[in-house]
Design a protein around this ligand. Sequence first.
Ligand code: NAD
Length: 239
Amino acid sequence: MDELAKRLRSARAILVLTGAGMSAESGLPTFRGDDGYWRNHRVEDLASPQGFARDPLTVWRWYNERIQRCRGAEPNAGHYALAQLEAMITNMTLATQNVDSLHARAGSKNVLELHGHLREAGCTGCNATLPLANGLDENLIDHSCGGRFRPQVVWFGEALPRDVWARAEHAAAQADVILLVGTSAQVYPAAALALQNDRAFIAEINPGATGLSERCDCVIREGAAVALHAMMKALRQKE
Ligand code: NAD
């Protein structure tokens, strides 16, 4: 932790990449963990364009349930710690694979939502959007233009939003420190962000090993809330 704090203090630019584990302590399940979504569902049914084309109602029922869960969840100490880090450091980018909006709710400003968000639905046929505060009414799935409303998230097999990805790649290339939090680093291209810069100090906060653990200069085997809170304490102590 001291080494990480030292690196953060001297860094000119930092990239933080977060995944589902970031929100586990807010009560939101991860995808691949023991309680993860994929234990009970088939990924290709719920999170792919083909699954949606086959059965939009089932997909929406699953997303509506997730939207309710996200609404009921609160940012945890880890989300707040990252917002504080951003306020302390001039050039920090927070790229998240999460769609739960908890980073913004904790006060983070420079957030890149690599996989979209659940704040609104977008029509597949035109540019219409619908707010998703309480999920989508099942009667509204089919749009009058002939398209269908779908969650504004990136599904398996789909490209990431181009401008968001370009900014994330730029931040990765500039970073002196890349901090990976709560991501299994199995979903590409997000995980590849950490591999684009040989010079950066790479740290991982995760209770388990990940696809990038071996590449890391520093590994903290703790949950995000405890570890990030401790990281901020270590940073402040030596200021
Ligand atoms: P993942 O499910 O593949 O991996 C979760 C990781 O979190 C694991 O490595 C696990 O060891 C770790 N973890 C579990 N508890 C933790 C804790 N308390 N603190 C820190 N780490 C913890 O998740 P991923 O890598 O983000 O997979 C990618 C996909 O999952 C993304 O596409 C993302 O959109 C999606 N996802 C998002 C949410 C959300 O928005 N909250 C929830 C589930 C999945």
